[in-house]
Design a protein around this ligand. Structure first.
Ligand code: GDP
Length: 365
């Protein structure tokens, strides 16, 4: 008898349409709350589950050595990801091949865990002959897609580790007059596989008018060569005006001109991350000095999820469709030669059935 009462109470509890607010203030249901079925709590359920599971994000950095890639990554995530990096001298760089190096850190902020993987590509663009130097990078991205495809088709789909590259920060030299041939080739080889975010490195080497000109030039060349860099999604019409303004500024600032620094200097009585020059200080986080804050906000605060979605829904889907197409065409080819599965002829209707179909046709007419 007791167990029946307990079970009834349990069912009642499970069916009760409590809102999140009521969970913390249990009591009688208000009249308007009686109307709720309870699915309004779904976002909270998803939120709790995601926070518990944690997040992961894989960021690739590419561009020739010395453009400040490691300094920028450290400035972005305030960690030292390159503790054991070996620097090569000029002679060693001549024959260096492109390597892929992965650094992973677990960072936590207000109880939210993020597993951040940085994929570095030392040696890219450094050799005298840079023909196809992007090949190891495209191969790496494809390998991650392949691994994911295999895991997805395997038995243990619950614990798949997602190592797909969600974004690639591509560093462009501030000393050129736009894109170099290797930049164009790199971006064209990768734009169908990964979200490319082009950056103008070491922006403190240029004056504001030079930055504007270089940005203009790069935008034109991106258009001219048909390069598809990451497109920021359209802002929702119901967003507030401040957010819309920020979104407009973000889109207008691309390609972001960035400055990195691992040192903290004193400016106007405040300690800031920046670079000290005889003529003054460039502050990394000052929006009048560079686009570092815009890049960080975009990457971490506003667009990280979209970058992951585009990777999954566009780039990975393309790879998957190609794979399936190749597998099917191979299967049909093999079938033609020596089919392990007998291909049965389609059944043709016998004369009785044909007569019946004709009769039915007449009836319908
Ligand atoms: P990486 O080889 O691309 O990873 O470049 P590093 O991060 O090792 O930086 C190479 C050199 O450039 C170091 O001496 C940095 O201090 C310097 N550096 C990094 N970022 C900047 C920047 O934004 N402006 C200037 N002027 N120098 C920078």
């Amino acid at each position: 008898m007791d167990s029946i009462i307990i079970q009834e109470r349990l069912v009642e509890k499970l069916l009760s349409p409590r809102t999140q607010a009521q969970r913390s203030h249990p009591g009688k249901l208000k009249d308007h709350e009686k109307q709720y079925v309870g699915f309004a709590t779904l976002p909270n359920q998803v939120h709790r589950k995601s926070v518990k599971k944690g997040f992961d994000f894989t960021l690739m950095v590419a561009g020739e050595s010395g453009l400040g890639k490691s300094t920028l990554v450290n400035s972005l995530f305030l960690t030292d990801l390159y503790k054991d990096r070996k620097l090569l001298n000029a002679e060693e760089r001549i024959n260096q091949t492109v390597e892929i190096v992965k650094h992973t850190v677990d960072i936590e902020e207000k109880g939210v865990k993020l597993k951040l993987t940085i994929v570095d590509t030392p040696g890219f663009g450094d050799a005298v002959n840079n023909t196809e130097c992007w090949k190891p990078i495209t191969d790496y991205i494809d390998q991650q897609f392949e691994q994911y495809f295999r895991d997805e088709s395997g038995l243990n789909r619950k614990n798949i580790q997602d190592n797909r590259v969600h974004c690639c920060l591509y560093f462009i030299s501030p000393f050129g007059h736009g894109l170099r041939p290797v930049d164009v080739e790199f971006m064209k080889a990768l734009h169908e596989k990964v979200n490319i975010v082009p950056l103008i490195a070491k922006a403190d080497c240029l004056i504001p008018s030079e930055i504007r000109k270089l940005k203009e030039r790069i935008r034109e060349e991106i258009d001219k060569f048909g390069i598809k860099v990451y497109q920021f999604p359209e802002c929702d019409s119901d967003e507030d005006e401040e957010f819309k303004q920020q979104d407009r500024e973000l889109k207008e600032s691309a390609p972001f001109a960035v400055i990195g620094s691992n040192t903290v200097v004193e400016a106007k009585g405040q300690r800031v991350r920046g670079r000290l020059y005889p003529w003054g200080i460039v502050e990394v986080e000052n929006q009048a000095h560079c686009d570092f804050v815009k890049l960080r906000n975009m990457l971490i605060r506003t667009h990280m999820h979209d970058l992951k979605d585009v990777t999954c829904d566009v780039h990975y889907e393309n790879y998957r469709a190609q794979c399936i197409q190749q597998m099917t065409s191979k299967l049909t080819q093999d079938n033609r030669i020596e089919s392990p599965i007998p291909i049965l002829p389609l059944p043709t209707p016998d004369t009785e059935t044909e007569k019946l179909i004709k009769m039915k046709d007449e009836e319908v007419r």
